[in-house]
Design a protein around this ligand. Structure first.
Ligand code: NAP
Length: 311
């Protein structure tokens, strides 16, 4: 996968990224590779991360305080865990210039919009966002410039948001390779509960169950993992802070979807108990079609075993 060539003129004067982890460092890398900003500024709460950001040359300026990071920035993107958004918004609020866009990349949108609006002045355009792209790795070394290529980035502007500001932010994501869609924060949270949050919970749960099984040893679980378990372990290796915050901040939608999931699981349990093979076969046929459509729209590879290389 390759990025388009650098732009002749940057889209943004000064772009500030707060939180230089997987997502923040990927934004910095993509923006640098395509020359999307006149000046790239980065800030992270952890001193070690700031030092690493400097070492990797990810930004023109590595700020030492949130105030310095956002001073005179045109677009500010908060790339911290969802539970830290309010703290960061409060810290930067007095220093954001009027007319600037403040966005984020958090995996939950309703709670983040409330947190940002509670702290930021009305002279600032608050336009939350969520790139639906990631890996199970964290930190500034984990990012890469093509992370957002051909992935969706969802913007959830509040009612009455400035259309020009939304368009500028959308343009930035498009220039980083993403396809942009706009929806309400509530709808985002329900869609992501079913496509991302509950699947992660299921993975965390099944890996936890396997780890606690007494009749099957840990070494057997690891040895025979290619039977399906291994693919759950990739998801269940995702960052604990990030995912704790996702579940605490998207409680309603996750509980709603989990209720539906539990009912369907009980129906499957019944089908197995009463040997209703046709019920099982019909469901497994329908689910196969869903995977085929994900491959058809280019969101997954059709290569066997998820394209893993054979030894
Ligand atoms: P990450 O790799 O753990 O990076 C987050 C960075 O933010 C860390 O360096 C962290 O420092 C720093 N940070 C935490 N609190 C801070 C604060 N108050 N002020 C300044 N910096 C602070 O996380 P990530 O995977 O990039 O995720 C960042 C956001 O993107 C999350 O909101 C997540 O929901 C969202 N997201 C993640 C993915 C994914 O697949 N990972 C995909 C889409 C969206 P410490 O390590 O010292 O805490």
């Amino acid at each position: 996968m390759v990025l388009d060539p650098p732009l002749a003129h940057p889209l943004v004067g000064r772009l500030a990224v707060i939180g230089v982890g997987l997502i923040g460092s990927s934004i910095l890398r993509a923006a640098a590779a395509r020359k999307l900003a006149g000046t790239l500024v980065a800030y992270d709460g952890a001193e070690a991360v700031r030092a690493r950001t400097l070492e990797l040359g990810l930004a023109d300026i590595v700020a030492q305080t949130p105030a310095d990071a956002v001073a005179d920035a045109d677009i500010i993107i908060l790339c911290v865990p969802v539970g830290a958004m309010a703290t960061v918004a409060e810290a930067i609020a007095p220093y954001v210039k009027p007319g600037a866009i403040v966005s984020d990349v958090g995996s939950v949108k309703g709670a983040v919009l409330s947190a940002l609006r509670a702290h930021l002045p009305t002279s600032v355009h608050v336009i939350p966002g969520h790139p639906v792209a990631g890996t199970e790795y964290s930190g500034p070394d984990a990012g890469f410039a093509t992370l957002f290529q051909n992935r969706w980035s969802i913007l959830t502007p509040p009612e009455g948001a400035d259309e020009g500001a939304v368009a500028r932010l959308a343009e930035l994501w498009t220039a980083m390779g993403a396809n942009v869609e706009t929806m309400t924060p509530e709808h985002h949270d329900l869609v992501l509960a079913i496509t991302s949050h509950v699947p992660h919970l299921i993975a965390y749960n099944i890996v936890g169950t396997a780890a606690d099984l007494e009749e099957v040893t840990q070494s057997e679980v690891i040895k025979f993992s290619a039977g399906g378990f291994r693919d759950f372990t990739r998801i269940a290796a995702s960052d604990p802070t990030m995912w704790r915050d996702v579940f605490l901040n998207n409680r309603e939608a996750v509980i709603e979807v989990l209720g539906r999931f539990t009912e369907d699981l009980i129906a499957l349990q019944r089908a197995i108990r009463w040997e209703q093979g046709e019920t099982l076969f019909d469901l497994f046929t329908r689910t196969r079609a869903i995977r085929r459509s994900i491959i058809e729209i280019g969101q997954e590879t059709a290569a066997p075993d998820f394209g893993r290389e054979r030894e």
